[in-house]
Design a protein around this ligand. Structure first.
Ligand code: PGA
Length: 256
């Protein structure tokens, strides 16, 4: 089983729809067909830019894939301020980030909520990118693996083996996000191995073979290669460095 590399730009709460159009166009100028053959390239702009970016991708026939940063678990209803998975699917969104630590920590998102969101995303025909990761305190207390394993089990709890197989799990140690401090590639590789083993034990060996495991946390053009060299790391979830098309393109072309 070969898992295609997956590199996702998480734009977080950045860029107007006009800026987003320029960013995705610039990114496309810097990538060529060979790059897309090797890497699935995803950008996840804020909701307000999805329609504009979708239009550019379709009009210019770009091979960049559209992602979103969150979805509610219900299909529709009285949920002020929320966006549902079927709404995203209609915009040709293919991957949806769920359980990012900025939502778990800042907005009280639990594994149960993440599990319900992941299920809704799969039911709408898209793929969840489930984020997990420990705090610095948990790492220093020797609990990192236990924390991550329990997040993986809790967050994937509502998905069957086939759905897990087409999902991704992003290991993002919280202390490495936006701090300029990365996990050691060896630690990221080890944790990816732990996650794959957890999926193998709790879901199925086939799902474990296919699920793509990403590293996230201060990834940049200089360090991406070291993470991608780890056998169980299939890609990256990139925040800050994905906002600059030059640096994101250099991350996508990590082997150059
Ligand atoms: P960062 O963010 O690359 O800016 O550290 C990563 C993420 O939060 O997905």
């Amino acid at each position: 089983m070969t898992r295609k590399d997956l590199i996702v730009g998480n734009w977080k709460m950045n860029a107007s729809h006009l800026e987003a159009i320029q960013m995705v166009q610039k990114l496309s100028y810097r990538l060529d067909h060979g790059d897309y053959d090797r890497v699935e390239v995803v950008v996840a702009p804020p909701f307000t830019s999805l329609r504009s970016v979708q239009t550019v991708i379709e009009a210019d026939r770009l091979r960049i894939v559209l992602g979103a940063q969150n979805a509610h678990w219900e299909e529709s209803g009285a949920f002020t301020g929320e966006v549902s998975a079927p709404m995203l699917a209609k915009l040709s969104v293919r991957h949806v980030i769920v359980g990012h630590s900025e939502r778990r920590q800042g907005l009280g998102e639990t594994d149960e909520m993440v599990a319900r969101k992941a299920r809704a995303i799969v039911e709408a025909g898209m793929n969840p990118i489930v984020c997990v990761g420990e705090t610095l305190e948990q790492r220093e207390g020797g609990e990192a693996e236990n924390v991550v394993v329990s997040q993986v089990i809790g967050s994937l709890a509502r998905l069957g083996p086939e759905a897990v197989a087409s999902s991704s799990v992003a290991y993002e140690p919280i202390w490495a996000i936006g701090t300029g401090r990365t996990a050691l590639p060896d630690d990221a590789g080890t944790m990816a191995g732990v996650i794959r083993e957890t999926v193998s034990n709790k879901v199925s060996t086939e799902a474990a073979e296919s699920v793509r495991l990403l590293y996230g946390g201060s990834v940049n053009a200089a360090n991406i290669k070291d993470f991608m060299a780890k056998g169980d790391v299939d890609g990256a979830l990139v925040g800050g460095a994905s906002l600059d098309p030059d640096s994101f393109a250099a991350i996508v072309r990590y082997w150059v």
